[in-house]
Design a protein around this ligand. Structure first.
Ligand code: ADP
Length: 466
């Protein structure tokens, strides 16, 4: 059976409130009862000692025991709810207070039992007697018997006190329960509302609506984090969906152009309008080459995504390797009057896959070349920061629009600017570059402004050797 979060929390809260009240009342009843009993026993002892003292006083003054005025003893016995009996040395009773007034205690016993419940039940009701010597000039002239019911020393004030205490516990239990119910409902509503909202958002996403977002308006940290995660998920799914659609249309576009060229040329051959001369067949070849390149790219990429990249690591001088690559690009750049400069820390030795490193730099430099404008400049930097190798390729080319920046490492993603420039790119170079950098535990980032230029920064940690 599934219980809603709200019910679960409310129930838990109520159980805690109830348990706390019960535990508090048991502990306080027990402690108070113990203290009270000790206090009452002391009080009883003092009371009996006093009565015995009064009796001894009265009898020690009189030479004839039978003519002592016993009114005072009777008054004390009734007042203190004690039974008093006095016997002479020959065991003849010379005074007895009688016990009619003591019956009252049995009633009180019953009353108290029902009022206080089990927690506060004291040792009331049973009758006990104590014997004391009757003394005159420190000589025993008889015995004093003091009898009492357990309750005789439990004054009605103390009974009332404990009973009031228990009533207060009951009242506070009811009040705490009502308050607890109210607070737990408010709390659990506060907690469950955003969760319900998140569930609704997730359900809408499941139904294909990737525009919905969960509300993050909550002060519960974990729930807020969950909302952010769900929203992040929705954003990622939306972007993936956009990329998927874009990829399909891009691929269709890339394939259509060479196919259309081929088709029109073949039609012209069939209609006898064109002679299949070697120059014309050359155009065929170029178009077929473009399609083949695309298919190769696709194959490379799927390989890259399916298997873990195997790195063939070796120890080499990254500084001189980078210089070599730059030198091979120089003539290409010079042809168009572009500048290609570098600032390279010499003799840095690293442990990495050399071929992959060459491909990373080739990709970045050919990109910069493709997207430069007249008076184009590219600067390549290699430096060491702590134990990290930093490589930067900085150009002053056409730049990348901000909206495209998060996607340029995605497969087949190309900005409209590069499309218009007809560079013949396929949007796959950076995907491969990033995969190679990642495989070395590195990180590649990009910063760009339109018409100002683009900077790619690669950071390789812990690859330096000595
Ligand atoms: P492509 O083969 O199209 O160059 P890449 O994956 O190498 O594919 O690059 C993806 C896209 O990123 C390019 O189409 C281009 O829009 C953009 N891009 C990459 N490098 C640069 C750069 N240096 N300057 C401007 N745009 C760039």
């Amino acid at each position: 059976m599934k219980i809603s979060l709200m019910k679960k929390l409310s129930l838990g809260f109520l159980i805690v409130v109830l348990a706390s009240i019960i535990i508090a009342s048991i502990i306080s009843n027990y402690t108070i009862q113990r203290k009270f009993n000790n206090y009452l026993v002391d009080e009883h002892k003092t009371k009996v000692d006093n009565v015995v003292k009064i009796i001894n006083n009265l009898y020690s003054k009189s030479s004839n025991l039978s003519i002592v005025d016993t009114d005072e003893i009777q008054r004390n016995a009734e007042l203190q709810e004690l039974y008093i009996e006095i016997k002479d040395i020959n065991n003849n009773t010379i005074y007895s207070s009688g016990n009619s007034y003591l019956k009252h205690n049995t009633m009180m016993d019953n009353m108290m039992g029902s009022m206080m419940g089990n927690f506060s039940r004291m040792n009331i009701g049973e009758y006990s007697e104590e014997k004391y010597p009757l003394l005159s000039n420190n000589k025993s002239i008889g015995t004093i018997t003091v009898g009492y019911y357990g309750t005789s020393y439990l004054s009605s004030a103390s009974v009332a006190f404990i009973s009031t205490l228990n009533h207060s516990f009951m009242l506070s239990a009811i009040a705490a329960l009502i308050l607890g119910l109210f607070i737990s409902m408010v709390f659990s509503k506060q907690l469950s509302k955003p969760l319900v909202n998140i569930t609704e958002t997730a359900n809408k996403m499941r139904d294909g609506n990737l525009e919905v977002r969960a509300s993050t308006d909550t002060n519960t940290k974990e729930v807020a984090e969950l909302s952010h995660s769900i929203n992040y998920l929705a954003e990622t799914l939306k972007n993936q969906e956009m990329l998927r659609k874009r990829l399909t249309s891009d691929m269709a576009h890339e394939l259509r152009t060479p196919l259309t060229t081929l088709k029109t040329h073949v039609e012209a051959f069939i209609d006898g309008v064109w002679e299949p001369t070697p120059e014309k067949l050359e155009i065929f070849y170029d178009e077929i080459e473009r399609i083949t390149k695309m298919v190769d790219n696709l194959r490379d990429l799927s390989k890259l995504e399916q298997t873990n990249l195997n790195l063939n690591k070796s120890n080499f001088d990254i500084s001189s390797e980078l210089k070599k690559i730059i030198n091979t690009f120089k003539p290409l750049y010079l042809e168009k009057n572009y500048e290609l400069n570098c600032s390279i820390v010499p003799e840095l030795k690293v442990m990495m896959d050399k071929d992959k490193f060459v491909q990373i730099i080739n990709n970045l430099l050919s990109n910069s070349y493709k997207y430069l404008k007249p008076n184009g400049k590219v600067n390549v930097i290699l430096k060491k920061e702590n134990q990290n190798i930093i490589i930067q390729v900085i150009d002053n080319g056409i730049g990348i629009p901000e909206k495209d920046l998060p996607y340029i490492f995605e497969r087949f993603y190309r900005t409209d600017l590069s499309r218009n420039k007809n560079t013949g790119g396929s949007g796959i170079g950076l995907t491969i570059t990033k995969a190679f950098v990642d495989a070395h535990g590195g990180k590649i980032t990009v910063k760009s402004s339109i018409n100002i230029g683009t900077t790619f920064t690669i950071e390789f940690p812990n690859i330096i050797t000595f």
